[in-house]
Design a protein around this ligand. Sequence first.
Ligand SMILES: Cc1cc2nc3c(=O)[nH]c(=O)nc-3n(C[C@H](O)[C@H](O)[C@H](O)COP(=O)(O)OP(=O)(O)OC[C@H]3O[C@@H](n4cnc5c(N)ncnc54)[C@H](O)[C@@H]3O)c2cc1C
Length: 374
Amino acid sequence: MDFNLTEQQKMLQNLAGDFAEKEIAPRAAEIDRTAEFPRDLAKEIGKKGFQGLPYPEKYGGSGAGYTSFVLVLEQLCQASVAVGAIMAVNTVPEEGIYRFGTEEQKQRLLKPLAQGEWLGGIGFTEADTGSDPRLIKTVARRSGTDYIINGQKQFMALAPALNVVLLFARRENEEGLNAFILDASTPGFILREPCDTMGIRGLGTSVVYLDDVRVPAENLIGREGQGFEILLEAISVERMSVAMQGVAVAQAALDLSLDYARQRVAAGRPIAKMQAIQQQLAEMASRIEAARWLVYRTAFLHDQGNSIQYESSMAKLFASQVAVDVTRMAMQVHGSYGTMKTLPVERLYRDAKMTEIYVGISEVHRSIIANRLI
Ligand SMILES: Cc1cc2nc3c(=O)[nH]c(=O)nc-3n(C[C@H](O)[C@H](O)[C@H](O)COP(=O)(O)OP(=O)(O)OC[C@H]3O[C@@H](n4cnc5c(N)ncnc54)[C@H](O)[C@@H]3O)c2cc1C
């Protein structure tokens, strides 16, 4: 076991920390307030090479690995979860193509994603379900050399700026799902209303209608009916990323709480001197540290070539609980001022709750973990 970061990882961490502090943090409150997707920051994330960190150079990446990826993500999400999450969403099509695509698909579809020229998303969730593939209604019908897709997707992140989507559709008259890379500029891909969510606002999360959308058969990823297997594998990296979002939001809440406790005076002394506040701060720090190392280890295992379906569920379940608990404690430390929009703590509190819900609800992760145990 080696807990030290490499020189390259430290350099990436510094680069990301600098970018987060100078370019993301000053805009975090505004992005949350307007819920407008920050296209320029998404482009900058691509330009800096952050979208390609885990993937080999021959597919447009830098081969820095998943540990480097989560280290960068941690920095970005401490400034704004909504901005950091852009990186996380983009990995789902990248992973799908990297793990299940042909060599030709990796060159044609993974390269521009990893190079940051394209932005990729995922289309699984529908009005009836975000958890159960049996309830997916979007259908892919074969027609000559194409598939024709009809349906409706809910909560599609990055939707206003997407170039491609890893889209899941049911097979016509057959069991199972197919996974496609769909070009978002194809006629029939209709961007509908944004989803006005409580937290992680500004991620461009929207409803999308699919009206006779043609996808060439060469964009089918994996085999016919292999869609759910592809989803589980591809989404593990996003689950690990949401776990890191939980760690980052909790760390940001602890940092604010420490500053506040040092300067806020009650009963004639800074509240940081009170045992009740110290107990909370110690609890927050310990839980964050445990969650952080769970995420780092998950990334390390993926770097070693292991599937992380089990570990990413565990990391997401635990880190999202930590995020919710720690931001609740941070609100308490801040008293009434914590509830005000003028301070960032209430945003962190709202963002933290989202990590328990999106990219698989906690109940589903408990089932995945229990199934493996049993
Ligand atoms: C900001 C944001 C961004 C998102 N981005 C995307 C995206 O880019 N692409 C995409 O496809 N989706 C996206 N989603 C959707 C999200 O991942 C799903 O909404 C989420 O997985 C939960 O699905 P659901 O809302 O349908 O909950 P449901 O599956 O309806 O579950 C509702 C509740 O029922 C219970 N429940 C359901 N199933 C089980 C079970 N098996 N065991 C025990 N209890 C259960 C739980 O209490 C659960 O909370 C996004 C959502 C948000 C909020």
